[in-house]
Design a protein around this ligand. Sequence first.
Ligand SMILES: *[C@@H]1O[C@H](CO)[C@@H](O)[C@H](O)[C@H]1NC(C)=O
Ligand SMILES: *[C@@H]1O[C@H](CO)[C@@H](O)[C@H](O)[C@H]1NC(C)=O
Ligand SMILES: *[C@@H]1O[C@H](CO)[C@@H](O)[C@H](O)[C@H]1NC(C)=O
Ligand SMILES: *[C@@H]1O[C@H](CO)[C@@H](O)[C@H](O)[C@H]1NC(C)=O
Ligand SMILES: *[C@@H]1O[C@H](CO)[C@@H](O)[C@H](O)[C@H]1NC(C)=O
Length: 306
Amino acid sequence: MQPKSSNLQYFFVSFVSLLILRYASTAYSGTFEPLPPAECVTRDQPNPIASLYPTNATGTLNGTIAILPISLQLARQLIPPQYGILEHAYRALLPSFPKGMYPAIVQAVHDHEVQAFGYKIPDFTRAGVEFPFVDLLNDNYTSFKWAPSLLMTAGHDLALNGAKDYGTNTFPATFDPGCDAYRRVKSDKPGTTFFSAKSDEPGAASMSTLFSSTELEEFPLQFFKNFTNQPTFADGKTCDNMIRLFDTNVTTTYGIQRVKGTVRTQMPPFSSEHEWKDVYGLRLDTTFIENNYMDCKTFQGYSGFE
Ligand SMILES: *[C@@H]1O[C@H](CO)[C@@H](O)[C@H](O)[C@H]1NC(C)=O
Ligand SMILES: *[C@@H]1O[C@H](CO)[C@@H](O)[C@H](O)[C@H]1NC(C)=O
Ligand SMILES: *[C@@H]1O[C@H](CO)[C@@H](O)[C@H](O)[C@H]1NC(C)=O
Ligand SMILES: *[C@@H]1O[C@H](CO)[C@@H](O)[C@H](O)[C@H]1NC(C)=O
Ligand SMILES: *[C@@H]1O[C@H](CO)[C@@H](O)[C@H](O)[C@H]1NC(C)=O
């Protein structure tokens, strides 16, 4: 793909304006302002690829990704009607996936040390239900991921506006834990972790997950690699090319855990609260390189980062 200098510029402009804002607020806040509350300190490992791709946006994503099986009929109702669903594409990867079903996915991740040109933005958390294998270009071939709504760290205007620019329905939210991907909780099952998010607007959107470790490899790792790397869109005007790397040391040193558990969500495009029990997923950290606001058409035939 040809580099687009406008995207580079977009990043540069956002990061520089963030810096100016921060500078302005420290310069003018004076000595009368109360001290801000102590920042919570994340347990996330540093971004190991920032210096490899200094002029790209890079970061790490720590959290949980799981498959939410829904009926194809429901998927068809939720995904905008102008876009086909590439059932043959997910069946090629998951031959035994139940007939008449579609793999929606849940992602609840902590974005850490996101940076470009040496400028880092504060960490944030986001969570949502996403719909992979969508035929955005109507070519019956290229898979895109539709991510219509996100719960995102309240007050993080850069991240919230960055998502809104894709047409994403964003819900400023409070997360538990506040600045990590999940937290350990006591349970009779090993390796149990909890995560929750609640929109600041009461009742607008929420999610909670409870996952335990499992030995079962219900879905192949290649399936997770495949859908997490599909170009992502909301209103379809531009696409986010987030390249998730599974072979850097935040993943290889700290490992990928297979998990099984319960996900509860109340957020669009679902019209009511849903609970999925015994869903399978991964708990992991990966690095990423992100190319924002790309022309979706340039991804025709794209099948991942080489
Ligand atoms: C890094 O950014 C440039 C310019 O936007 C882009 O052309 C290139 O593909 C990006 N690198 C990766 C690995 O995505
Ligand atoms: C991911 O987050 C969990 C929960 O905070 C933490 O225990 C784990 O060490 C993190 N993994 C990496 C590679 O940063
Ligand atoms: C991961 O890689 C980075 C960059 O090469 C290095 O600085 C860091 O120490 C490594 N971390 C571990 C745990 O190996
Ligand atoms: C993702 O899966 C589709 C088939 O369903 C395949 O054409 C494509 O090459 C895969 N891409 C990656 C990166 O595995
Ligand atoms: C889409 O492609 C698949 C696999 O190549 C094929 O089986 C199917 O008939 C095609 N659908 C249409 C509408 O062309």
